[in-house]
Design a protein around this ligand. Structure first.
Ligand code: XIL
Length: 357
């Protein structure tokens, strides 16, 4: 079984050392995490690496990267059968050069697929339409990834099915077995990589989240009983600053239940959406930080958790604001650093949460 220590060997030893003789800003999140045998990382993109100020912040803060777009199938296999790994290779090279770990995201998902795929799957129901892809990516990155999200978001709280599976084109074509098949193909191609089932909806406390926790535990326990090689649950960790606060008791119980299955946990995509509340930055920053603290205090109290990654590092590179933010006239502030790469209350809340872990 993977432990914090074995996961950590893929992650950096660096930010302290590189910054030591410059006018050193205080240690980054990676250092706060590492002091507790944890890993902090974030999603990033090749276009962001063209920004030297951002790169400096990334090196200071993060010990692990995950590609935000580049490793999705619409990017890697835009043309059927022609794999283009160049963008993910660039991120992998950056991670290697800077002694950062790298995690993979994502192999089988209902979204971010090339336009030809769904039609081909529906028409032929040929399993090789995903097993070949899984094998190609796992083989290309053999030995490079500490973990990978093999299947993303296959469950849905609102699913009418008793097993809670999302009625995606994958499910419609192959039935529930597509998930097992994807994990087996990944394991066969690269037995040393930690294989992750990644999803959202188990974080918060509403009845729909109760259902999501129940179907997730049911799915994972049955998959493990069938000897599907799932090594970890990826908890995306998308929160809302103005949603009802996390129910810490329910979250703690869920993480205990996951741990009892023998699985590791990685928080894979943490951020705190700040729409729906005040348009005052200081109020939103406080609410974002408080929501994260309430979440991370439980998460980092679990021995099953090895790493926390945020979905981006700086608000500078968030997607264009959605309608609600545009109408209210403010820019979203989901992430640890603001648009000028300064640390925000969320950064401090995360550093404190690591320190307390
Ligand atoms: C998102 C990206 O951040 C967006 O910019 C893109 O348009 C769609 O994908 N869950 C996931 C991630 O697993 O891959 C998603 O990332 C966010 C939700």
């Amino acid at each position: 079984m993977l432990t914090r220590r074995s996961l950590i060997k893929f992650a950096a030893a660096a930010p302290f050392a590189t910054a030591a003789f410059a006018a050193a800003p205080s240690p980054g999140l990676a250092a706060h995490a590492r002091a507790k045998n944890l890993v902090y990382g974030c999603a990033t993109s090749t276009y962001q690496l063209k920004d030297p100020l951002f790169v400096a912040a990334l090196k200071r803060e993060a010990a692990m990267l995950v590609p935000e777009y580049e490793m999705k199938r619409d990017k890697i296999e835009a043309a059927r059968g022609q794999y283009d790994f160049s963008a993910t290779d660039a991120l992998a090279g950056f991670a290697r050069d800077n002694e950062m770990g790298l995690r993979g995201h994502t192999l089988v998902w209902h979204a971010a697929n090339p336009p030809w795929l769904e039609q081909a799957v529906t028409a032929t129901r040929n399993e090789r339409l995903f097993t070949d892809y899984v094998t190609a990516v796992m083989t290309h990155y053999r030995g490079r990834l500490s973990s990978i999200d093999v299947v993303n978001e296959a469950l849905l709280a609102a699913s009418p099915r008793q097993d809670g599976l999302r009625e995606s084109f994958w499910l419609k074509a192959f039935g529930p077995g597509y998930i097992d098949t994807a994990f087996h193909a990944a394991h066969q191609a690269e037995p040393s990589c930690l294989l992750v089932y990644n999803d959202w909806g188990c974080e918060a406390g509403a009845p729909k989240n109760d259902r999501m926790r129940a179907i997730t535990l049911d799915f994972l326990s049955k998959a493990l009983a069938r000897k599907v090689p799932i090594g970890a649950y990826g908890m995306q960790g998308h929160l809302g600053a103005f949603d009802p606060p996390i129910d810490q008791k329910k979250l703690r119980q869920f993480l205990d239940d996951i741990r009892a299955l023998g699985l590791r946990v990685i928080v894979t995509e943490h951020d705190v959406h700040d729409d729906g509340g005040s348009s005052d930055n200081a109020v939103r920053d406080r609410a974002v930080a408080d929501a994260s603290a309430r979440f991370l205090d439980v998460v980092l109290g679990s021995n099953a958790v090895d790493a926390v990654l945020t979905w981006g590092l700086s608000d500078k590179y968030l997607d264009a604001p959605g309608w609600s933010e545009r109408l209210a006239g403010y820019e979203p502030r989901f992430l640890p650093l603001d648009r000028t790469l300064q640390r925000k209350p969320l950064w401090q809340a995360m550093a404190n949460a690591f320190d307390r872990a």
